[in-house]
Design a protein around this ligand. Structure first.
Ligand SMILES: Cc1ncc(COP(=O)(O)O)c(C=O)c1O
Length: 429
């Protein structure tokens, strides 16, 4: 196959043949030629219904026409200025309308930059060095957060990356997700040293794990009582669960929010924002340095603006959340009817299949690690053969977009119905 040949070639020139680790699934990843709507096409002429969706940004599906027009118009005007431009103000205002907890924000280029800078400003605001992170949470590939990190770090067995001096992570404390008592205990002991708690309100990088009822409210209460800032990493959930992300969906406000993915409508972007007095610490207004040649990139900004406009105008969240719920409930029926040891997790338009022991619910990192990830990959391969592209790791999330049709979802359910029992019954490779 052409993809296999290209993969061989790519591995000669790039580590693992890819530009980001999770893309390198076995035996070889397909190489894409183009994509449209819910479909992605490879160099061998195959067509797949895409639920990986570039790991989250493509909430409208691939190559949305209106976003394409907005980008083309921007390209005609120029694609990088290195000066302020009006669309940045418009995007900032649009974000603030969606997220009442954000009074001011800084645009950056990736989710990684957003979390790195959010942590920096939180440390400056509190004049303390430690942060608390959730086990299995992923906040990008920078030093201070690559401790028990999910996503590719867990997929490839390097949740604590080599090359990071112990000094860099000694200030990163860890607690399990869905365990408010553990957070309380840590903060009671170390509140004088902790600047912030950073968490994905829905864990999206070890499969999808939603918060248990009341957990986020507890976290909000505990952080406030201990005078510690709460950072919600909404790089995945922002504009996905609701226009106002997990904060709107669950009714909990953060002190600082990080955004990315959907915010750029498929183009590179990130943002961090929060209370005015915190954000005014950021340079040039204040003493916390943060900068970037490509920050506020006009193409990403107009693509994001157009995407947010469509999300609100078309009430996309109602559609995709309903589709996600229906898909999960059909999958649960398949699992129950055949008594399969499989857990179907997710919330809104996010879903994942877990091969957990006896199909037990997966509530945190420890539970996710116990799942049979080889089985997941065998299912992934079979689904690919059936024309469906799922996220290529047990420790990632699948997404439904506005471009998925009822017909797409029906075909997907049928494929799962055939493939899940087969995989669940296998004991060995
Ligand atoms: C929750 C979360 N935070 C941060 C990041 C890092 O974002 P980026 O890949 O844009 O650097 C990711 C990426 O998957 C993420 O899922």
């Amino acid at each position: 196959m052409k993809s296999e040949e290209l993969y061989e070639e790519a591995r000669k020139h790039m580590p693992g043949g890819v530009s980001s680790p999770v893309r390198a699934f076995k035996p070889f990843p397909f190489f894409t030629t183009h994509a449209k709507g819910s479909r992605i096409y490879d160099v061998d002429g195959r067509e797949f219904i895409d639920f990986c969706l570039a790991y989250g940004p493509l909430v409208l599906g691939h190559r949305n026409d209106e976003v394409l027009d907005a980008v083309k118009e921007q390209l005609e005007r120029g694609w990088l200025f290195g000066t302020p431009h009006n669309a940045e103000i418009e995007l900032a205002k649009a974000v603030k309308r969606c997220f009442p907890s954000i009074e001011m924000l800084r645009l950056v280029n990736t989710g990684s930059e957003a979390t790195m800078s959010a942590i920096r400003v939180a440390r400056a605001a509190k004049e303390r060095d430690k942060i608390v992170k959730i086990e299995g949470g992923f906040h990008g590939a920078h030093d201070g957060v690559l401790v028990k990190a999910g996503s590719g770090a867990t997929t490839f067995g390097i949740p604590d990356s080599k090359g990071i001096p112990a000094e860099m992570v000694k200030n990163t404390l860890q607690v399990p997700f869905n365990d408010a008592d553990a957070l309380s205990e840590v903060l009671e002991r170390q509140r004088e040293e902790v600047a912030a708690v950073i968490l994905e309100p829905v864990l999206g990088n070890i499969g999808v794990i939603p918060p248990e009822e009341g957990y986020l409210h507890e976290v909000r209460k505990i952080t406030a009582e201990n005078d510690v800032l709460l950072i919600f990493d909404e790089v995945i959930t922002g504009f996905r669960l609701a226009p106002g992300g997990a904060q709107e969906y669950y009714g909990v406000n953060a002190d600082i929010t990080t955004l990315g993915k959907i915010l750029g409508g498929g183009f590179p972007i990130g943002a961090f924002g929060g209370k005015r007095e915190i954000m005014e610490l950021v340079a040039p207004a204040g003493p916390v340095y943060q900068a970037g040649t490509f920050s506020g990139n006009p193409v990403s900004v107009v693509a994001g603006l157009k995407t947010l406009e469509i999300l609100l105008r078309e009430r996309v969240h109602e559609k995709i959340n309903r589709a996600g719920e229906m898909l999960r409930s059909s999958l649960r029926e398949i699992v129950e009817d055949a008594s399969l040891p499989v857990f179907v997790g997710g919330v809104g338009s996010m879903f994942q299949i877990f091969f957990s022991e006896g199909g037990k619910p997966v509530k945190n990192y420890a539970d996710a690690l116990k799942c049979d990830k080889d089985k997941y990959m065998r299912m992934h391969r079979e689904m690919l053969n059936a024309g469906i592209f799922l996220a290529p790791s047990q420790f990632e999330t699948n997404f439904v977009s506005a471009a998925h049709t009822d017909e797409d979802l029906k075909r997907t359910e049928e494929a799962f119905k055939e493939i899940l029992p087969k995989i669940a019954a296998e004991n060995e490779v």
